[in-house]
Design a binder for this molecule. Structure first.
Ligand SMILES: Cc1ncc(COP(=O)(O)O)c(C=O)c1O
Length: 455
């Protein structure tokens, strides 16, 4: 029997439990507890010491509508009083409503969804559906990508140093380069390259046995944690031609980019390309409750009327999570959050370019909507990276983490703990111009820490 009295809740005890009893994600286990967050509102959060800071990361790009919106909290409470969850073999009103709403807001004939508990699970379902629909094992993935933390999703997270410790199995994966023009793996420049990165995928599919062997290709429409990589305008239309030619399914991982983050409902809307399978999470419930979804095109969904659908979970279609998303989607619309992301995103990108001019450590600036990255380099001419790819998973000095620390001291959180050399600014989509100015001024000061390492 647990003795609650012995688990006191004073600051020192809680700090000790954090250090001794909790696994901290993606890191050596710290010898100090991180600051404890006690409340959050809109674009700001407050820690136990009473300090308020600006959230320029939307908590790993999830809290798109900002923190503690009373409309969502009320909807959660209302649903919780009625029915928190039920066995997924039965229907609940929130799940039935949500799957219809997802079919409405996603592009083309994406129409049948599997509702899970987060982005990784959504990708696991996508890969399983892709294997089951095609009967094939090979999946193409791109270097410098993150698709999640479980076995298959992590093994597909190619070129993300966090995946190196993973023991592989199951899916047969093939890696191809990203359309990462700042560091083109073909040594070419856009547009003279004529998109070698797409031609390469075409060749790889052929050499791997074409559509008879290759099931699908998974990608982040705008790569998030590995560097805010925005593809050239023709990339996805051309990739679709290649996939259609071979009968290879396109799986768009919109876990970070979905729900207005890039200035459209989904990033694929920018290029008018309808993927065969799309995954989403984060902005769907904005972190108020965990939820993920995998949505497929009609002909794929219909196939499972005759073929057994071999996937499921106890909490699939969790009523409370679904009710959260059902409450949130109309707020995106009524508050014009997607439009604000486009408008404020353009302003943030402009401001980030001003930072690039000022700071020798900033080699490149990229972004789409409120998803803007500053790539840190040692040398702007040679583009020598500030830290090697494995910088995050090796102990030792990492100037980007020093910038993150400085940001915290100055009163802001940005996405700097990700792999690679990019500091991402992804504030909630409710952000105003004044708040962007405030955040950029803090970033301006914090970047001085990394300037010291630049030549
Ligand atoms: C593109 C992408 N896919 C999948 C995931 C995994 O999502 P989750 O952490 O909700 O499992 C993430 C998380 O950051 C992500 O950025």
């Amino acid at each position: 029997m647990i003795d609650l009295k012995s688990i006191a809740s004073n600051k020192e005890d809680l700090d000790r439990y954090e250090v001794e009893n909790n696994f901290q994600s993606w890191s050596y286990q710290p010898d100090q507890s991180p600051a404890r967050v006690v409340s959050a509102k809109g674009v700001r959060f407050t820690t136990e010491d009473g300090r308020q800071r600006l959230d320029f990361s939307s908590c790993f790009v999830s809290h798109n509508i900002g923190h503690q919106d009373p409309r969502v909290v009320d909807a959660i409470c209302e649903q919780a009083r009625m029915l928190t969850s039920f066995a997924p073999s039965m229907s609940t009103k929130p799940r039935a409503m949500l799957v219809k709403m997802l079919a409405e807001i996603t592009p083309g004939d994406l129409s049948r969804s599997f509702i899970s508990l987060g982005g990784t699970e959504a990708n696991e379902a996508a890969i399983k559906i892709c294997h089951q629909y095609t009967g094939k094992r090979k999946i193409i993935t791109r270097y410098r990508t993150y698709h999640g933390g479980t076995a298959t999703s992590m093994s597909l997270s190619s070129g993300d140093a966090r995946s190196w410790a993973q023991v592989m199995g199951g899916t047969e994966k093939i890696q191809v380069p990203q359309p990462y023009c700042y560091r083109c793996m073909f040594g070419q420049s856009y547009p003279a390259c004529e998109l070698q990165c797409v031609k390469y995928v075409d060749d790889v599919i052929e050499l791997e046995g074409g559509g008879d062997k290759v099931a699908g290709i998974i990608f982040e429409p705008v790569t998030g944690a590995n560097g805010i990589i925005v593809p050239p305008a023709e990339y996805f239309p051309r990739l679709k031609e290649v996939c259609d030619k071979h009968g290879v399914l396109m799986i768009a991982d919109e876990v970070m980019t979905g729900f207005g983050r890039t200035g459209r409902w989904f990033a694929m809307n920018h290029w008018d390309v309808v993927p065969d399978i799309m995954t989403m999470a984060k902005g769907m419930t904005c972190g108020y409750l965990p939820l993920g979804a995998t949505i497929v095109r009609k002909h794929i969904g219909d196939k499972f009327k005759e073929q057994f659908f071999s996937h499921g979970a106890t909490y699939a279609g969790h009523a409370l999570g679904c009710a959260t998303a059902v409450a949130l989607i109309p707020i995106y619309q009524s508050d014009n959050l997607v439009e604000n992301s486009q408008k404020m995103g353009a302003y943030l990108l402009e401001k980030a370019r001003e930072l690039q001019e000022k700071h020798p450590c900033v080699g490149d600036v990229r972004g789409l909507g409120l998803f803007v990255g500053l790539e840190l380099v040692k040398n702007r001419k040679t583009r020598e990276p500030m830290v090697p790819v494995g910088g995050k998973i090796r102990p030792g000095m990492n100037p980007k983490l020093e910038v993150a620390k400085k940001l915290g001291e100055l009163g802001m959180m940005a996405m700097a703990a990700n792999p690679g050399n990019v500091i991402a600014m992804a504030p909630p989509l409710i952000i105003t111009k004044d708040e962007i100015d405030e955040g950029v001024a803090i970033m301006d000061q914090a970047l001085e820490v990394a300037d010291v390492y630049a030549e």
